[in-house]
Design a protein around this ligand. Sequence first.
Ligand code: PMP
Length: 442
Amino acid sequence: MNANHYSELVELDKKHFVHPTSSIKQQQEFGPAYIFTEAKGVMVKDIEGKEYIEGMSSLWNVNIGYGREELGEAAMEQIKTMSFSNAFYTFSHEPGIRLAEKLASISPGDLNHIFFTSGGSESNDTAFKLARHYWILKGEPNRKKIIARKQAYHGVATGSTSATGIKQFHTMTNSLAPDFVHTEALSVDALRDTIEAEGPSTIAAFIAEPVMGAGGLFYPPEDYFAGIRNVCDEYGILFITDEVITGFGRTGSLFCMDHYGVVPDMMTFAKGVTSGYFPLGGVMMSEKVFSVLKDKSDGPLFHGFTYSGHPVGCAVALKNLEIIEKEQLVQNAKERGEELLAGFKQIEEEFEHIADIRGKGLLAAFDLFMDRDQKTRFPEKMAPKIMDEAMKRGLICRNITYGESDTVVFSPPLVISSEEISRLLMILRESIQVVLNKIVVG
Ligand code: PMP
């Protein structure tokens, strides 16, 4: 690295690059935290040539790992053949048709009809609009409320910001969308109480992440979603699951709802569908939802993004799904995930401040406590310190510190090997040791 080149980039970043979910003040004072330059498999390199194990798949999305040339070739092929074509006015194209069919064939139950978007936020906003449209068509236009959960993360568009239950994401605006209600997470009774309090005939849909991701990585009790499905059916409310993080193998099954054996009425997806090689997402609809749109509506669906079903994105997604299947990455996620959890358990035995280990497949976390038996927390958050030490030693992980949480999270690419899991655990152990030793000494 050339020092002039580096300082030029830092200055230009500060001057012109406004970073998402970042402190502008911190950027102006310290410049960008890292400038990454290269990535291959599960390894990422920064501008100083330092290598990191990618323990987060970037933003939980690089499922097949970095630098797979087949995806570049699929994109190139499609760009050469037809770089773009829209899907409005029933214009269509083969990559979109093939991807919709593929997704219908691998998704749970009868989620057979796909509306494409460019990402997770757009997908959730689309699902809310579709749910309300469904009720308008069924002659119940008062059903417009969307029930979401406290601590949920559904994105940052207007509807998805309003559905998001992490309060920090509401601080940027003083004008959230109307008709969003939040209920306690992980409790079927709480949903029932909220429905009763709001009035069942005013509610269009309930939305939940199968595993609460950004809000703290919380897995539900095993029978939670079966209970939710029953309550939604009892009150005739549509049930939407947000598989933006959990889709495409992340939790050791193709979709997380496969673990719970429950089929929602709509399912949103993004991230892992292309492993981040192209921005693409969408909403899958069940026959129940689609048949109402089909039978009761004459006019067009007045909804669509320029890039709904981008042919290059669809071609990339098809190749990505082929790789996930061919290389049995869902099975790998399950097996490597067991190794990751076993490693966390060893760390828990060694360090008395670690507890609440949870995970399925390659989506796992633990929490830090001052006294884990009493569940008392440290006066200051430890997870960010562990993350800093891990980054210094060449491991990317993430911390979540909303409210009581003091959580370290991992979501590595599904291609990770046993050796790479061992190395990840070794660096993690060292990082924890350094942080906890400082507390004992200091
Ligand atoms: N839903 C969930 C569960 C997510 O984790 C995210 C992004 N992390 C989103 C929706 C929003 O997706 P996007 O950032 O692609 O808009």
